[in-house]
Design a binder for this molecule. Structure first.
Ligand code: ATP
Length: 201
């Protein structure tokens, strides 16, 4: 199965791009979605997180308080790598399992922190969705209530735009209108079908 890893900075348009590929019949496997499922109350990572982080990161209904956990790992390198060592093998295993079920010409793996977590080897191809930093901030502000300071802190923790572009095999420019994005994706879809050795459907 030919696989494409889709990555990009916060608010760059990963979800929007993935949706466009899904509309063209391509299976999309999203690391964030899997992570969310794994950390749900019946998820495989839940007991491990409980053991590692203790009761203070859970709500009274027993569910994980994601905001508290996010806050706890934000400035604590050790806690972050502990969480990653719990989640990453499970996310990887789940992605592999889901890949065995894929029937589309190729599969798209959405991995927001591909470069930050050195997972470049996970897929055959790396697709980066790119926008200038100022636009990243603008779109995240429009979408969420995050403060400018918070957005800048998150961006500072992610690899730089240059590093991401240097690691890309293909780049999607998402600085324009959605119609311009769709046009690029139509072209890319044909290209990936070719790389996968499959006829475009
Ligand atoms: P995150 O890293 O936070 O998960 P993301 O990379 O998945 O974000 P999206 O959620 O796809 O990014 O896009 C961020 C915001 O920008 C959304 O509100 C989306 O609707 C908007 N957006 C995406 N592409 C465009 C575009 N070409 N023009 C205008 N708005 C856009």
């Amino acid at each position: 199965m030919f696989t494409v890893a889709l990555t990009g900075g916060i608010g760059s348009g990963k979800t929007t791009v993935a949706e466009e590929f899904a509309q063209r019949g391509i299976a999309v496997i999203d690391a964030d979605v899997i992570s969310h499922q794994l950390t749900a109350i019946d998820g495989a990572a839940f007991p491990m997180i409980k053991a590692a982080f203790g009761a203070q990161i859970f709500n009274s209904n027993g569910e994980l308080n994601r905001a508290t956990l996010r806050q706890q790992i934000f400035n604590d390198e050790r806690a972050r790598s502990q969480l990653e060592s719990i989640l990453h093998p499970l996310i990887f295993a789940e992605m592999q399992m889901q890949l065995t079920r894929v029937r589309s010409a190729y599969a798209m793996l959405v991995i927001p922190l591909l470069f930050e977590t050195y997972q470049q080897a996970i897929a055959d191809h790396i697709l980066v969705v790119d926008i200038p930093e100022a636009l990243q901030i603008e779109r995240v502000q429009l979408r969420s209530g995050l403060s400018l300071n918070m957005i800048q802190q998150i961006m500072a923790r992610q690899v730089s735009r240059e590093t991401r572009l240097a690691g890309a095999m293909t780049v999607i420019d998402n600085s324009g209108e959605l119609a311009a994005l769709a046009e690029q994706i139509t072209r890319l879809h044909a290209y990936y079908c070719g790389l996968a050795g499959k006829e475009k459907r």
